[in-house]
Write a protein that binds this ligand. Structure first.
Ligand code: AMP
Length: 630
C-alpha cells in the first residue's frame, strides 16, 4: 500500500485502521469500541478492552522465547555489561512487583522513580505497570526543588531510587538530593526503596528507607501475575516543562499506548522480534519510556540500556555496541551527533555497522551539516522524527516500514498515520493550506492512540493549555512553528512559547527564572534560549540586582554569576544551568510590563529585534546588546 493511502485510511477510516493495529498486542478482554470521542477534546481508545503493558512487553515474549535477549545493560561508567533474557527480565520484574506490593503499592498508586540508567529502573517501571500502579520517572539530572515539585504533584506511595549515577567517570550522588526533596515536599512517601550500587554514601532513614538487595532476597521466587486493567487505565505520568513554572504531568493510558508503540515499531522503527534496538536516551525522558523500555520490548526485541557518554572510553563505543549486538535500529539525538562530530570520524569506520537499518534522530531540530556528516560517516539512512513528551511517539517522520520514501534535509518528514496535522494562523485561526506558509503546527482531534489522555489531575489545564490557543478552534497545539512544502514535508521553525531546548532537553525558561530569582540579590531576571552550535540552544540569563555594589569589578560579577549557577544546579539540576548570567540595570519590557523575551533572544543571536514601539525603556535592549557584543 502506498503511504498516501495508508495515511488517508488512518484519518478517514480511523476506527477500522486502529482496530487492525490493535491486533499487534495481546488483549485479555477485546474492546467493544475503538474510539470514544463523545467528549472532545478527550479521547478514549479501545473502550471495553483490558490488557497490561508489562504483559505485552515481557510475559508474552517470555512465554514463547524465554531465552531471547530482552535487556542488555551496558555501563561504561562502572564497566558493567549484563544481559537479561525475557525469562530473567520477567523474574526480576516479578520480584520488584512483589517488593512494591509489600511496601503497600496498590493499583492506581503512583511510584516515583528517580534513578540512573541501571536495569533496576526498567524493572521498577515494568513492575508498576504489571500491578496497575503508575510510574512517574523523574530525570536523574534534576535536583531537589524540581524533584520536590514532582513529588507533590504525583503524591507517590513509594519512591524508588539509588545511591548515585555516574557521568564521565564522576559519581553523581542521588540520596542527598532525594532526602532534601522529600524534606521540601509537602507530600511524604511512606517508603523509599534504595538500590545501592556502592558508588556513594546512602544514609538510610529508619522506618522509611528499604534496601533493594535485602528485600529482593526475600522475594526471589515471587510470582506476581499481571493485573488486567482497562485500556484507558493510566500507565504513567511524566513531567514536562511548559510556559509556567509548574511542570505538567503528562498522563498516558495503557491500551492505546501499547498499540501506538507496537505499530510504530513496525511502520517507523523497522523493528522485528529477536533483533536489537539501541536508544541512547535516558529513562527520565519520553524517548526512554517509549523507545528504551516499552516499544522495543513490546516488539519482542532486545533493548540496550546504556549508561555513559558517547565519547568514553572513546568515540567508537556506541558503534562497537552496534557491531557486538548486531543492532538493527538505533535512536539518538542531534546533540549527541554534534558531540561525535568533533571527534575523529575514523571511530565510526572501525566497526561493522552493516546490521543497522537506520539511525533515528529526534528531540530537537536536525541541522543539515549534522545530518549530512552522520549520513556520510555511517553510510546508513538517517531518519529524523519530530514529536513531543505529550504525544509519546512520532508526529512527523518517514514511515519506511509502510513505503520507502526519500528524506529531505531539514525536514522530519510527513504527517504520521493517525495524526491529522494542520497549520494555522495563530492570530486569525485560519487554516493555512498553501505550501510554504508559516503557521502553528496543530493536530485535529481526536489525538491518535498513545498520546496524553490529560494533564495529571488537571483536565482543565489540559483543555486550556493544549486545545484553546488557536482562535475559534479546538485543535491540539504543538506550540511549534512550521511550514509544509508542495510534497507534504514539514519543516519545524521553533517554539511559539517560552520553552527552550538545550541538548534535546526541554526546559521552561520560567522555571529557570524562578530559581535564579531565589538568589537573595536578584531583583528580576529574564532567561532566553540562544542558538548554540553544539547544544542547539543554551539558556542565557539577564538579571537586575537588588544591591549593585556587589558588582564593584569584573571579578565580583564573575563570583555572583557562579553563585547564581550554583543555585540553579542545586534546585533544578545542572541541565537547567544557564550558560551565562549577565547583569543589567533594567530589563526590556513593554509599557504594560511584559518581558520582551523574543527581542532579547534576537539581540543575543545578532538578529533584528523587530517592532519595539511598545518598549518601555529602549536603553534596556542596548545594555544587552553591549553585553553580548562584548
Ligand atoms: P520533548 O517534549 O522534550 O520531546 O520536546 C518536544 C519539542 O522538541 C518539540 O515541541 C519541538 O520543539 C522539539 N523537537 C522534537 N523533535 C524535533 C525534531 N525532530 N525537529 C525539530 N524539533 C523537534
Amino acid at each position: 500500500m502506498s503511504y498516501a493511502d495508508f495515511y488517508r485510511r488512518s484519518i478517514e477510516d480511523r476506527d477500522a485502521f486502529w482496530a487492525e493495529q490493535a491486533a499487534l498486542i495481546d488483549w485479555q478482554t477485546p474492546f467493544t469500541q475503538v474510539c470514544d470521542h463523545s467528549q472532545p477534546p478527550f479521547a478514549r481508545w479501545f473502550v471495553g478492552g483490558t490488557t497490561n503493558l508489562c504483559h505485552n512487553a515481557v510475559d508474552r515474549h517470555a512465554a514463547t522465547h524465554p531465552e531471547r535477549n530482552a535487556l542488555i545493560f551496558v555501563s561504561t561508567e562502572t564497566n558493567q555489561e549484563r544481559i537479561y533474557s525475557f525469562a530473567e527480565l520477567q523474574a526480576e520484574v516479578e520480584r520488584m512487583a512483589a517488593m512494591l506490593q509489600g511496601l503497600g503499592v496498590k493499583q492506581g498508586d503512583r511510584v516515583l522513580v528517580y534513578m540512573p540508567m541501571i536495569p533496576e529502573a526498567a524493572f521498577a517501571m515494568l513492575a508498576c505497570t504489571r500491578i496497575g500502579a503508575l510510574h512517574s520517572v523523574v530525570f536523574g539530572g534534576f535536583a531537589s526543588h524540581s524533584l520536590a515539585s514532582r513529588i507533590d504533584d504525583a503524591e507517590p506511595a513509594v519512591i524508588v531510587s539509588a545511591d548515585a549515577g555516574s557521568r564521565g567517570g564522576k559519581v553523581v550522588p542521588y540520596k542527598g538530593l532525594l532526602d532534601e526533596a522529600i524534606r521540601l515536599a509537602t507530600h511524604k512517601p511512606a517508603k523509599v526503596l534504595m538500590v545501592n550500587r556502592g558508588l556513594a554514601e546512602m544514609p538510610m532513614t529508619v522506618g522509611r528507607d528499604e534496601d533493594y538487595a535485602a528485600l529482593r532476597e526475600q522475594h526471589l521466587d515471587a510470582r506476581v501475575p499481571c493485573t488486567w486493567v482497562a485500556a484507558d487505565h493510566p500507565s504513567y505520568t511524566l513531567y514536562t516543562s511548559g510556559t509556567t513554572g509548574k511542570p505538567k504531568g503528562v498522563q498516558r493510558d495503557t491500551g492505546g499506548y501499547a498499540v501506538a508503540l507496537a505499530a510504530s515499531m513496525k511502520h517507523i522503527f523497522l523493528g522485528n522480534p529477536g533483533e536489537t534496538y539501541f536508544s541512547t536516551s535516558d529513562i527520565g525522558w519520553v524517548v526512554g519510556h517509549s523507545y528504551i523500555v516499552y516499544g522495543p520490548l513490546i516488539a519482542g526485541m532486545a533493548t540496550i540500556m546504556y549508561e555513559g557518554l558517547p565519547t568514553r572510553p572513546d568515540a567508537a563505543v556506541w558503534w562497537s555496541l552496534v557491531e557486538k549486538y548486531k543492532v538493527t535500529s538505533m535512536f539518538s539525538a542531534p546533540t549527541a551527533v554534534r558531540v561525535l562530530k568533533k571527534q575523529d570520524p575514523a571511530a565510526l569506520k572501525q566497526h561493522d555497522l552493516s546490521s543497522l537499518r537506520a539511525l533515528f534522530l529526534a528531540g530537537e531540530p536536525l541541522d543539515e551539516p549534522t545530518a549530512q556528516w552522520i549520513a556520510e560517516a555511517l553510510g546508513r539512512p538517517i531518519i529524523d522524527n519530530y514529536w513531543q513528551t505529550e504525544t509519546g511517539w512520532p508526529i512527523l517522520t518517514i514511515c519506511n516500514g509502510v513505503e520507502r520514501a526519500p528524506s529531505k534535509f531539514g525536514s522530519p518528514g510527513k504527517a504520521v498515520y493517525g495524526y491529522d496535522v494542520k497549520l494555522f494562523d495563530e492570530n486569525t485561526g485560519e487554516e493555512l493550506t498553501g505550501a510554504h506558509q508559516k503557521g502553528v503546527l496543530a493536530i485535529e482531534g481526536p489525538l491518535p492512540p498513545g498520546c496524553l489522555q490529560t494533564v495529571w489531575r488537571d483536565d482543565d489545564r489540559f483543555v486550556k493549555t493544549y486545545w484553546s490557543s488557536i482562535p475559534g478552534r479546538q485543535v491540539y497545539s504543538t506550540f511549534d512553528w512550521a511550514i509544509r512544502d508542495d510534497d507534504g514535508y514539514y519543516f519545524i521553525l521553533g517554539r511559539t512559547d517560552d520553552v527552550i531546548n538545550v541538548a534535546g532537553h526541554r526546559l521552561g525558561t520560567r522555571e529557570i527564572e524562578e530559581s535564579i530569582a531565589s538568589h537573595p540579590n536578584v531583583a528580576e531576571v529574564a532567561v532566553v534560549g540562544v542558538a548554540d552550535n553544539l547544544k542547539g540552544q543554551v539558556a542565557m540569563a539577564f538579571a537586575v540586582l537588588k544591591d549593585t555594589t556587589a558588582l564593584t569589578d569584573a571579578n565580583a560579577a564573575l563570583k555572583l554569576e557562579g553563585e547564581i549557577m550554583k543555585v540553579v544546579d542545586g534546585q533544578l539540576g545542572a541541565v537547567a544551568r544557564p550558560a551565562r548570567v549577565r547583569f543589567v540595570t533594567v530589563l526590556p519590557k513593554t509599557r504594560s510590563g511584559k518581558l520582551l523575551r523574543r527581542a532579547i533572544q534576537a539581540v543575543c543571536e545578532s538578529r533584528d529585534p523587530g517592532d519595539l514601539t511598545t518598549i518601555e525603556d529602549p536603553t534596556a535592549l542596548q545594555q544587552i546588546k553591549d553585553l553580548v557584543g562584548g
